[in-house]
Design a protein around this ligand. Structure first.
Ligand code: HEM
Length: 491
């Protein structure tokens, strides 16, 4: 326990057990079921994986291993990441949209890209992005106020909207409602709908002969997104050259030189990076926020404690960057949501040489799957792994597992560069939501986790929303209390 009143949960309270698809019990290959069932990966996987350390699957001529033991995960991701590069299948599956982005490259090319991207996400820069995120939160509050009528509804599209707005405004200083930005957003929606199979094909380590079953729609949407984003980048290049560029992520990245080679991203290289920022930067956060709202709709006590914390820390004023640290229970709730429903439930690597793991020979070229889903619910590692318990992070077991079995942002050299950004955004959006609205459960509703580009609730996260009594749901109210304009400037 931390001594913080919001962390002081009653030990007697029964914790909520959120939906988890039953694993497969039979020995029959999960491959066919996977292909037939398409989206529900988890039901097709053997339920022993929740207890095992290393699983092997022979997929046609290809071998895939599920690495589920903390020291083996460490070996692959932290100790020798260059010997376990990203799978080329992943690259092929996503290249129509991402080109040669940092998400899919390997070796020297990847190292150079990270050297140029990482500075834009450093701690000090996040502080600078905070006012922009806060503007997005204000707009979100105004939209959610129109939904606060107690009627069951899906919250996903709002979470996707606000996170897309955050990424677009922090990247290009352009709200998502602006016409060209909205066109990107809309094309991403089509891309995601057309490409749920990307991850599954990747997971299977499918060889290049594998037929492409969904090429046209996702490829078309990918091309359109790239055309629209390129126009933003070209405009920004001109603004940089004229000394007129706003101080945002795009300018930061486009003006950074690789400290080793002096190289700067050209327009197409920048386009590849922007495409992944947009995809990774909003879809993941939207998924995690949606699951969080579902979980707190089912556990009103946790939600009340978040609200009490938000009211205590923020009162009735506009949030500041420094408040985000103080919202520690809210952050624990978000961490717990990402443990149970990791937006990226699998990452895949390739063994670049023969390897020995436990009792197995891992042939060169095998796929190694590290699964946030299985690792973060491992029955031998976690206390009551399937319960929603944000207080676990203050127990000895929770603290230990946070170090070796909790990797929603991945771990090691290829850890997500946007982790700090995403945590700041989540603390802000969640605290702004719970201090104004109540999220209530929908009767007889239990979402099924399905694999789209990220882990989503099949059919959407459904909740009922009501205003918190006495709270202001309009952004102007707290602006009045601080006398600031919505740009953060003093009026
Ligand atoms: C809750 C939100 C997020 C989650 C759970 C998440 C998770 C992840 C994970 C698991 C990876 C590693 C994938 C792999 O190794 O195959 C990753 C990589 C990446 N993420 Fe995130 N991410 C989030 C938000 C963001 C944001 C906000 C941005 C940028 C604005 C971002 C940009 C990236 C990039 C560029 C990579 C590739 C890094 C590399 O391969 O070196 N992510 N993310």
């Amino acid at each position: 326990m931390t001594g913080c009143p919001f962390h002081d949960a009653s030990p007697a309270k029964e914790k909520f057990r959120p939906p988890k698809p039953p694993g497969r019990k039979s020995k029959a290959s999960g491959l066919v079921k996977l292909l037939v069932g398409r989206s529900n990966i988890f039901s097709a996987m053997n339920e022993r994986l929740y207890r095992g350390w290393l699983g092997r699957s022979n997929l046609l001529i290809h071998q895939a291993f599920l690495v589920n033991q903390p020291d083996l995960v460490r070996r692959v991701m932290v100790e020798r990441p260059m010997e376990f590069p990203k799978s080329p299948v992943m690259r092929r599956a996503l290249e129509g949209l991402l080109g040669e982005s940092v998400f899919v490259t390997n070796g020297e090319q990847w190292k150079r890209q990270r050297r140029m991207i990482d500075p834009a996400f450093a701690g000090g820069k996040l502080r600078g992005l905070f006012p922009v995120m806060r503007d997005c939160a204000d707009d979100m509050v105004a939209r959610v106020a129109d939904m606060a009528d107690g009627i069951p509804r899906s919250i996903d599209s709002e979470m996707t909207h606000v996170t897309a707005d955050v990424i677009f405004r922090t990247l290009f200083s352009t709200p998502i409602t602006q016409k060209d930005a909205y066109a990107v957003f809309e094309a991403f929606g089509r891309y995601q709908q057309a490409a749920p199979f990307v991850s599954l094909r990747s997971l299977l380590g499918a060889p290049s002969l594998w037929p492409r079953w969904f090429p046209s729609k996702s490829d078309q949407a990918g091309k359109e997104i790239r055309r629209l984003l390129l126009a933003f980048i070209e405009r920004r290049r001109v603004e940089i050259d004229e000394g007129q560029a706003p101080d945002d992520l795009a300018t930061a990245i486009m003006t950074t030189r690789d400290p080793e080679s002096g190289h700067m991203f050209d327009a197409v290289e920048m386009l590849d990076q922007v495409a992944i920022f947009f995809l990774a930067g909003h879809e993941t956060s939207a998924a995690a926020l949606g699951w969080t709202l579902y979980l707190i709709s089912k556990d009103q006590e946790v939600q009340d404690r978040m609200r009490a914390e938000a009211q205590e820390v923020l009162g009735d004023r506009k949030p500041d960057f420094s408040d985000m640290k103080a919202l520690s229970f809210t952050r624990d709730v978000f961490r717990e949501a990402m443990r149970l429903y990791p937006p990226v439930p699998f990452v895949i690597r390739r063994a670049s040489k023969r390897e020995r793991m436990r009792n197995y020979d891992v042939p060169k070229g095998s796929s190694l799957i590290v699964s946030q889903w299985f690792l973060q619910r491992h029955e031998k590692l976690w206390d009551h792994p399937d319960l929603f318990d944000p207080d676990r992070w203050n127990t000895e077991n929770g603290r230990e597992r946070a170090r070796d079995a909790y990797i929603p942002f991945s771990v090691g050299a290829r850890v997500c560069p946007g982790a700090g950004f995403a945590l700041q955004e989540a603390a802000l959006l969640l605290s702004e939501l719970v201090r104004r609205f109540k999220f209530l459960p929908v009767e007889n509703y239990a979402p099924t986790p399905v694999m789209q580009v990220t882990l989503r609730a099949g059919g959407g996260v459904r909740v009922r929303i009501e205003p918190v009594e006495g709270s202001s749901t309009k952004a102007e109210a707290h602006l009045r209390t601080t006398g600031e304009t919505s740009n953060g400037a003093r009026a």
